[in-house]
Design a protein. Structure first.
Length: 343
């Protein structure tokens, strides 16, 4: 039998490092630089994310070893020992390298991966939070044990550190995917189904969640902040979040509230303690305490709230709320000041 010489006859590669190598190394460094920060599955701050990251590293190292082995074989048969091999040796290679080895390695990795799953779905027992994926924002309802009515919020999730919280995931119309890479894996929110995920943050801090399933025009602008707090601080915060909105004291804030009510904002938004009871858009009772507005679109402050009201469709194209740029600028500023005061 004539020796197989396919790869051995390939043209020699250019001098190392070529321009392609430099680009490749540069791009790898840039990509790896994105592996830290508040939205990274490789910088876990939760028990579930730590398991997912560990699974990733086991798979990556396994894949790296197998790749090295296969490339080693290729170099061996094409460069180091390119003459013909006996039929018996080829048969042995196919049985051991092509059947036994992949079945053993893939079987072991599958068993390891499946063994992690029950822990990722274990019941919470503590706080229960219902999160509904809307177009394109997040409706959030906290039901801690012992509280009769849930506490409604939006576009920001707060969690106690070191405690398992159960998140119930639903959607009224289209499929979204709930993902806080630093805390856990992702789970889809599917109309007509109730999915759940359990989160146990291990470190306090602010993380970022993002819708991870294309759900329409503003999918990329469907994010949320996740604030992990010490347990006592979380309990205090939840007490505050359950209260109705504060009554304005300053005349300008009061004017803003009146404008908010007469211009019809209450048809879509709720501000508990006022006659604004709309449920189409996010609950704004404590919007001033949130870090962002427009579901992670802008950092929250009076100026950005005013901008969002005036140019809604420009800042977040496709959102259900129309732009209110027809209102006088000073009225928009007063409404924004009122909303920012709602802490
Ligand atoms: Cu919601 Cu993508």
């Amino acid at each position: 039998m004539a020796p197989v010489r396919g790869l051995a006859q390939a043209p020699r590669a250019g001098r190392w490092p070529s321009r392609v190598h430099v680009w490749f190394i540069g791009a790898s460094v840039l990509i790896l630089a994105g592996c830290a920060g508040p939205q990274s599955a490789l910088a876990p701050s939760g028990l579930e994310a730590a398991w997912v990251a560990q699974l990733f590293w086991v798979m990556l190292i396994g894949a790296g070893l197998i790749w090295t082995l296969v490339i080693g074989f290729a170099i061996y048969v094409t460069r180091l020992n390119p003459q013909a091999h006996s039929e018996k040796a080829a048969g042995r290679l196919i049985v051991w390298g092509g059947v036994v080895f992949p079945v053993t390695v893939l079987g072991a990795l599958l068993i390891y991966g499946l063994a992690l799953m029950p822990a990722l779905r274990a019941p919470g027992g503590g706080l229960r939070i219902e999160v509904s994926g809307e177009q394109w924002w997040w409706r959030v309802k906290y039901s801690p044990p012992g509280r009769a009515a849930p506490v409604t919020s939006a576009n920001e999730i707060r969690l106690p550190v070191g405690q398992r919280s159960e998140i119930i995931l639903t959607s009224p119309d289209v499929i979204h995917s709930f993902w806080i890479p630093s805390l856990a894996g992702k789970v889809d929110m599917i109309p007509g189904r109730i999915n759940r995920i359990v989160l146990e943050p291990t470190e306090t801090g602010v993380y970022r969640g993002q819708c991870a399933e294309y759900c329409g025009t503003a999918h990329a602008l469907m994010a949320f902040s996740v604030v992990v707090m010490p347990r006592d601080k979380f309990a205090q915060w939840l007490e505050q979040e359950a209260r109705p909105a504060a009554t304005p004291r300053a005349p300008r804030i009061e004017k803003g509230r009146n404008l908010f009510l007469v211009t019809g904002c209450g048809a879509c938004h709720t501000v508990r303690g006022t006659r604004a009871r709309g449920v189409i858009g996010p609950d704004l009772t404590h919007v001033g305490s949130r870090r962002t507005i427009g579901a992670g679109t802008l950092v929250s402050n009076t100026k950005s709230i005013a901008r969002f009201i005036a140019q809604t469709q420009r800042i977040k194209p496709g959102v259900r709320m129309p732009s209110f740029g027809m209102l006088p600028g000073k009225d928009i500023d007063a409404i924004a000041a009122y909303l920012e005061s709602l802490e």
